[in-house]
Design a protein around this ligand. Structure first.
Ligand SMILES: Cc1cc2nc3c(=O)[nH]c(=O)nc-3n(C[C@H](O)[C@H](O)[C@H](O)COP(=O)(O)OP(=O)(O)OC[C@H]3O[C@@H](n4cnc5c(N)ncnc54)[C@H](O)[C@@H]3O)c2cc1C
Length: 809
C-alpha cells in the first residue's frame, strides 16, 4: 500500500468513487480511496438505482442534472456499463394542492433548462398504464429519468478514476485520523499509515464514525428503506410489446411511493409515515453486505393506497423485499464541503440519492479542493448550514420527519414541527402569550406574525395568500405610521479585536471600514469575486469592531475567516451566537420612544443614521445601531440575553401611548421588500458578483486592497453579466415565493429570488436576476406563478420612500 497521497478518500460507495474520479478529472492524480470492505458495500449495493433531476432547491437540481448527464461519459472512459435504462418519469397529483405544486415545479425547471411539462392523466397512462384514472387530476412528465445498475455505476467511477491515476485499497479500514501541526493528516489503517494533505469523509453509513475520528458529530442518520420487487406481471410485458418501450418511472405522492419496471415486473418503494431509524448512535463495523428484516406492516398503509391507485399491482406476487439503510441529513440534502474548525477535512456524506446526486457532489467537492471554490451555488448542500445545535437526537427527530415527508408538499408558509422549540430567547413565552406564530430559523424560534385576540395563532398552509395577510398588513402599518418592535436575535454577531483587527477586516470587505462610532454596510467576496457575505460593521473602538450578518451563515463565515485570519494572533474573532440578542424598534415614533428609555441625547443631530453607540437603554448596557432593515427610522438594540426581557417590557410600557405594536419576521421581510433591500442567500449568493447584485456603492475599487478585488475590477470593466431587477407583479391571490421563471419579451431568461406582498405600498413585489443583455427599461416582463404567466413591470425606485428620507429623518 502507498504510504503517501495528496488526498485520501475514505469510503468506496458511489459517492467516494465519484469524488475520486472528479479529483483525477481536475488533474489531481495522486489520490487514494480506502475502503474497509469491497466497493459498494455500504448503502450503495442494494439501492434501487433510480435517478432523476428534480429537487426543491434549483441549485441542487442543476447538480442532479449534471449527475444524470455524466453516465455516458463514465461508460465511455471506463468501458464499464452503468446498466442505464432511461425512461421518462411521471409524478401524479391526486389533490389540487399537489397539482399546483407540480405546476410550480415545471415553472421552476424552466430557467434551469429542464424540459418537464404538465400532462393529463390520460397522457400519463401512455407511460404508466396501470393508473386508476378517477384518483388523479394530472401529472408532471420528466423525460430525464431512469434507473441504472448501482454496482456497475460505482465500478465505472472507480475504473475511470484509476485510469486517471488514482489508487484504490479495498479490505482496508481507516481506524483513526491524526492531524499534524502543519495541517496534514496521518490516516491510520489496519494495514499501515498513509500521510496525506487532505482527507475526504465519504463514509456513508459510517460517516458519523469517521467524523468522530476528528471530534465532530455530523448530523446524519440512516433510515431503513423498503422496496418490493414483484413477480412478472403479464400486463407489463403486454405494455412493453404494444408500446415498444419500458414502463416509465412513477411517483405517487398520495401513496408515498415510487414505482418502475424491473424485468417483467415492477419495483415499488415506499417512504412511509412510520419510518424507522437504523443504528441511531453508532453503525456497527461488522455490518457488511446485509439486508435488514422487512416489515411489511410498516408500509401497509401506503401499499393500500398504491394498490387502490394501481389495481393491476394488487394481485402481483412479491418476488423479494429489500430493506436497507441509507443516510439523511436533517433536511434530506447532502453534507458537502470543508468542515469548519478542521483544516483540510472534507465532508461528502448524507447523500440520500447517490445516483441522482453523487456526480454533482463529486464535481463540487473536487472543484472546491482544487480551485478553492465549489464552482456552483451549493449552499443547499453545504455542510456549514448546520451548527452545534444540530445534535444527534435533533438529527434523529428531523430525519424521521423529513423521511415521512419525502413525497409531501412543503408550502411556502409551512413550518415543520419536529424538535421544536429548540433555541428560544427569554421572550419566547411572552410572544406566545401575545399570539405569536413562531417560525424555525435554523434551530432558533423567531416570531413570524402576531394573531390579535380572537383570531387563531396558526398558519393555514397554502400557496396562496393566507390567514396571516391582514395581520401582517396591520403590523406594517403600525411601523410605517407609528412604531413597532421586533426580535432580531437570529442574526449572526461577531466581535473582532486586536491590534491587527482593522487591517485584517479591511482585506475582507469591499467597502471601506467605518470610522469610530459609525456603521458601514460591507459586502465580502471570495477570490473569484463572488458574494460570500454581506455585513453591517460598527467600529466600536480603535481595536474593536462589531459585525452583524445572516444567522444561518455563522459556520459558513467562520470557516472562511479561519482561513484568512493572520496566524500571529494579532486578530481575534468571537462569534456571539445567542450571547447577544436584540430588539429592533422602527417607525417614525421610534426616536421618541428611545429617548424615553435613555438619558443619552438621541436627537437626529446627536445620533445620526448609521451611527453606532454603546449606551444604557432602559437601565441596560446596550449596543445600539441606528439602522433597521425596515428602511424606516429605527434602531437595533443589542443586549446580553439576561436583560432582553427588561428591555422589551420597558419598550412596550414606554411605547404604549405611541401606539407600539409587535411585528414579526414576515412584516420585516415585507418592509425590506418595499425598499428593494436584498437578503443574504436569496439576492446575495456566491453565484453573483457585487455589480450584478447592484451593490456598486458598497464596493470601493480605488481605496484599499481586498480579497476578490481583481475579479471585481474585471466584472466592472466587462460589465456585469446579470442584472438584479425589481418588479411590481400583477398577481391575483398568490405572490411570488422565489425561483419562479421571469419571461422577457416572451422568453424565459431569468428567475425570481424573492418577493411577496408589499402591504404598505399595496403592491405585489418581486426581485430577481436576468442576463444583462435582456435588460431594457421598456421590456415586457412576466412571471410564472403556479403555472400562470402574470404581467410584471420593472420598478426602478423602491415604492416606499424612494429618496430614503425616512431612515435619515
Ligand atoms: C433500499 C435502498 C434503495 C435505494 N434506492 C435508491 C435509488 O433508487 N436511487 C438513489 O439515487 N439512491 C438510492 N438509495 C440510496 C443510495 O444507496 C445512497 O444514496 C448511496 O448508496 C450513498 O452512497 P455513499 O457512497 O455515500 O455511502 P455508502 O454506500 O454507505 O458507502 C460508504 C462506504 O464507506 C466505507 N467506509 C466507511 N467507513 C470506513 C472506514 N473507516 N474505512 C474504510 N472504509 C470505510 C464503507 O464500507 C462503504 O463502502 C437507496 C438506498 C437503499 C438502502
Amino acid at each position: 500500500m502507498k504510504t503517501t497521497a495528496r488526498v485520501v478518500v475514505i469510503g468506496g460507495g458511489v459517492v467516494g468513487c465519484s469524488v475520486l474520479y472528479h479529483l483525477t478529472k481536475k488533474g489531481w492524480s495522486d489520490v487514494m480511496l480506502i475502503e474497509r470492505d469491497q466497493l459498494t458495500s455500504g448503502s450503495t449495493w442494494h439501492a434501487a438505482g433510480g435517478f432523476h433531476t428534480l429537487n426543491g432547491d434549483p441549485n441542487v437540481a442543476m447538480l442532479q442534472s449534471y449527475t444524470v448527464s455524466l453516465y455516458e461519459e463514465l461508460e465511455r472512459i471506463s468501458g464499464q456499463s452503468c446498466g442505464m435504462h432511461k425512461s421518462p418519469g411521471i409524478m401524479l397529483a391526486d389533490t389540487p394542492e399537489r397539482m399546483e405544486f407540480l405546476k410550480m415545479t415545471v415553472a421552476r425547471g424552466r430557467y434551469l433548462g429542464m424540459s418537464t411539462e404538465i400532462i393529463s392523466v390520460k397522457e400519463a397512462m401512455n407511460y404508466f398504464p396501470f393508473i386508476e384514472e378517477k384518483y388523479f387530476l394530472g401529472a408532471l412528465l420528466d423525460p430525464n429519468e431512469g434507473h441504472l445498475d448501482p454496482s456497475g455505476t460505482t465500478y465505472a467511477y472507480a475504473k475511470a478514476a484509476r485510469i486517471g491515476g488514482a489508487t484504490i485499497e479495498v479490505q482496508t479500514k481507516v481506524e483513526s485520523l491524526e492531524q499534524k501541526p502543519d495541517g496534514t493528516w496521518r490516516v491510520i489503517t489496519n494495514k499501515g499509515v498513509v500521510e496525506c494533505e487532505h482527507v475526504v469523509n465519504a463514509g456513508g453509513l459510517w460517516a458519523r464514525e469517521v467524523g468522530r475520528m476528528v471530534g465532530i458529530e455530523l448530523p446524519v442518520l440512516a433510515m431503513e428503506h423498503m422496496y418490493l420487487v414483484t413477480d412478472d406481471i403479464p400486463e407489463v410485458e403486454a405494455f412493453n410489446k404494444s408500446a415498444g418501450k419500458e414502463i416509465g418511472h412513477v411517483i405517487d405522492f398520495g401513496a408515498e411511493s415510487y414505482l418502475r419496471q424491473e424485468g417483467k415486473g415492477m419495483v415499488l418503494g415506499v417512504y412511509e409515515q412510520a419510518g424507522k431509524p437504523w443504528s441511531t448512535k453508532t453503525t456497527p463495523w461488522s455490518f457488511g453486505q446485509e439486508l435488514l428484516q422487512p416489515d411489511l406492516d410498516r408500509i401497509a398503509p401506503s401499499l393500500e393506497i398504491a394498490f387502490k391507485h394501481f389495481p393491476t399491482l394488487e394481485n402481483a406476487g412479491i418476488k423479494r423485499v429489500i430493506n436497507g439503510p441509507f443516510t439523511f441529513a436533517p433536511d434530506g440534502n447532502p453534507l458537502v464541503g470543508p468542515v469548519q474548525g478542521r483544516t483540510n477535512f472534507w465532508s461528502a456524506c448524507g447523500v440520500m440519492a447517490g445516483f441522482s446526486q453523487g456526480g454533482g457532489v463529486g464535481l463540487a467537492l473536487s472543484n472546491w479542493m482544487v480551485d478553492g471554490d465549489p464552482g456552483f451555488d451549493i449552499w443547499g448542500m453545504d455542510v456549514a448550514r448546520y451548527g452545534d445545535w444540530a445534535t444527534r437526537t435533533y438529527t434523529n427527530a428531523k430525519v424521521r420527519e423529513n423521511y415521512s415527508r419525502r413525497f409531501r408538499i412543503r408550502f411556502p408558509n409551512e413550518e415543520l414541527p419536529a424538535a421544536r422549540p429548540l433555541q428560544t430567547t427569554p421572550l419566547y413565552d411572552k410572544f406566545i402569550e401575545q399570539g405569536a406564530v413562531m417560525g424555525d430559523s435554523w434551530g432558533m424560534e423567531t416570531p413570524l406574525w402576531f394573531a390579535p385576540k380572537g383570531s387563531e395563532a396558526k398558519d393555514i398552509v397554502s400557496f396562496h395568500r393566507s390567514n396571516d395577510f391582514e395581520h401582517i398588513k396591520a403590523e406594517c402599518k403600525a411601523v410605517r405610521e407609528a412604531v413597532g418592535v421586533t426580535e432580531i436575535a437570529n442574526f449572526s454577531k461577531y466581535e473582532i479585536t486586536g491590534p491587527g483587527a482593522e487591517a485584517w477586516l479591511q482585506t475582507q470587505m469591499t467597502n471601506t471600514l467605518p470610522k469610530k462610532g459609525r456603521l458601514q454596510l460591507c459586502p465580502m467576496l471570495n477570490h473569484q469575486g463572488k458574494l460570500i457575505g454581506d455585513f453591517t460593521i460598527a467600529k466600536a473602538d480603535d481595536e474593536r469592531f462589531m459585525m452583524w450578518g445572516s444567522s444561518q451563515a455563522q459556520v459558513y463565515h467562520m470557516r472562511w475567516f479561519e482561513q484568512t485570519l493572520p496566524k500571529d494572533g494579532s486578530v481575534k474573532i468571537t462569534p456571539y451566537g445567542m450571547k447577544l440578542i436584540g430588539l429592533s424598534i422602527a417607525g417614525p415614533k421610534s426616536r421618541e420612544l428611545l429617548q424615553r428609555l435613555t438619558d443619552d441625547d438621541v436627537s437626529n443631530a446627536a445620533f445620526k443614521f448609521m451611527d453606532y453607540r454603546e449606551m444604557e437603554v432602559a437601565t441596560v448596557q446596550a449596543k445600539v445601531n441606528r439602522v433597521t432593515y425596515t428602511g424606516d427610522l429605527g434602531y437595533e438594540i443589542w443586549v446580553a440575553p439576561e436583560y432582553q426581557r427588561r428591555l422589551y417590557e420597558s419598550i412596550m410600557e414606554a411605547g404604549a401611548d405611541l401606539g407600539i405594536k409587535n411585528f414579526g419576521m414576515r412584516a420585516l421581510l415585507c418592509m425590506r421588500l418595499e425598499k428593494n433591500f436584498g437578503t443574504w442567500f436569496r439576492e446575495f449568493r456566491p453565484i453573483y458578483g457585487p455589480f450584478e447584485a447592484g451593490l456598486d456603492r458598497f464596493v470601493k475599487l480605488d481605496q484599499h486592497e481586498f480579497i476578490g478585488k481583481a475579479a471585481a475590477i474585471k466584472e466592472k470593466a466587462d460589465g456585469p453579466k446579470k442584472t438584479r431587477i425589481f418588479m411590481v407583479v400583477d398577481a391575483l391571490d398568490c405572490d411570488v415565493m422565489g425561483d419562479e421563471p421571469i419571461w422577457v419579451d416572451g422568453k424565459v431568461v431569468g428567475w425570481v429570488t424573492s418577493g411577496g406582498y408589499g402591504h404598505y405600498v399595496d403592491q405585489s413585489l418581486a426581485q430577481g436576476y436576468i442576463p444583462t443583455e435582456f435588460f431594457k427599461p421598456d421590456m415586457t416582463l412576466e412571471i410564472e406563478i403556479l403555472g400562470e404567466r402574470r404581467a410584471a413591470r420593472l420598478q426602478m425606485d423602491p415604492p416606499f420612500d424612494p429618496e430614503a428620507k425616512r431612515m435619515r429623518m
